[in-house]
Design a protein around this ligand. Sequence first.
Ligand SMILES: Cc1ncc(COP(=O)(O)O)c(C=O)c1O
Length: 468
Amino acid sequence: MSQNHDWMQRDLQVLWHPCTQMKDHEQLPLIPIRRGEGVWLEDFDGKRYLDAVSSWWVNVFGHANPYINARIKAQVDQLEHVMLAGFSHQPVIELSERLVAITPPGLDRVFFADNGSSSIEVALKMSFHYWRNCGRSEKQRFVTLTNSYHGETMAAMSVGDVALFTDTYKPLLLDTFKVPSPDCYHRAPGVSWEEHSRLMFAHMEQTLAEHHGQVAAVIVEPLIQGAGGMRMYHPVYLTLLREACDRYGVHLIVDEIAVGFGRTGTMFACEQAGITPDFMVLSKALTGGYLPMAALLTTDTVYQAFYDDYSTLRAFLHSHTYTGNPLACAAALATLDIFEQNNVIEANRALSARMGQACAHLADHPHVAEVRQTGMALAIEMVENKASKTPYAWQERRGLAVYQHALQRGALLRPLGNVVYLLPPYVITPEEIDFLAEVATEGIDLATRTSLSVPMGTGLYPGHRDPG
Ligand SMILES: Cc1ncc(COP(=O)(O)O)c(C=O)c1O
């Protein structure tokens, strides 16, 4: 009997997995992972999988990275945790200093949280509270882009717009202003990314012109709308947005949780637009993919609006128990060391070019509407009809067929609906990129071969295996 099978059975008795219809696992095997090394994950039966999605976009320097491991091990013997209210410690101070140094100028204060969604809550609360402290309590609303994603907690869902995640909870969510996304997938033929992004800014301008008196902040995912299908837009949109937020007296919150730390080709996406947001939110790759942690960076102007005698009750009394955990800080410090010492952003240029070359042929595939890329993120949009860009119905779960094929071939590709994407750790080799492109091509060929709806569990998918 396989060890995978044993662990899977035990798992399915007690666990409830994230973002999963658990019934799928009656057909779809769950993969218990025993160890990781570099870009590879290995299951209990010894099969290896190339982690093409960086384990939900967190891993940058490989699994079980010896340098990060050593730094965490040293920290664990020194101090595993101390509360951050009234107390402090060396790793959190050093990490804050380094984050202030590498983020856009003017972001001088760091507030920690322990995951991406909760740091989005922090940004929204802090912006709202700032205006209140400034005597502008009518500024209570948030502006967001359609197709955006900022996490799963209530306020984070409120500023998101991926129906699959938010529709059920609509009655519980905040009312926001939703502005059409600059997503360049929808640009007219012959129109450049820059032109399209500029054109789409008119909607934002109009919303701000009409409602700025009630608006606390605009929140965006810069350059790539990740969970919304790796949809991309031009940096000019961010430049225009910064300028408009200044003009209308509205905060700009930039959610770099998914794209920060080199994903877009620069350390932070904001750099490509030359802007400093009022709030920048970081998580995921912050700790190299090791430990949950998030950091919100903001300006001295925001900080000063809260700085007063206790009795004025202007303080930001938000807290998460594990705020600034020293082990996570040690992982983050090690991650920043590697970025600096290995000149990673520069080195990634060659990898990102290789990703583009390896997948370029897919643009001619009869069921691929677009191959798009920003830095170290490349996405391939499968469609039923290429000319009209008609998507496959979500019920057909074409992406799942790609996922299953890739598993069989030894790759972890986890499409977002009809969008297959590569977002690998930066320690991937050119040959491994070619392998991923080959697997993705085969998977897309298989998944788009039939026009029939192939529901989950019929055993018709290539790569399907019974859990038993
Ligand atoms: C852009 C963005 N914001 C926020 C989040 C939420 O982060 P977390 O899953 O750590 O709560 C995610 C997660 O994928 C994300 O991609």
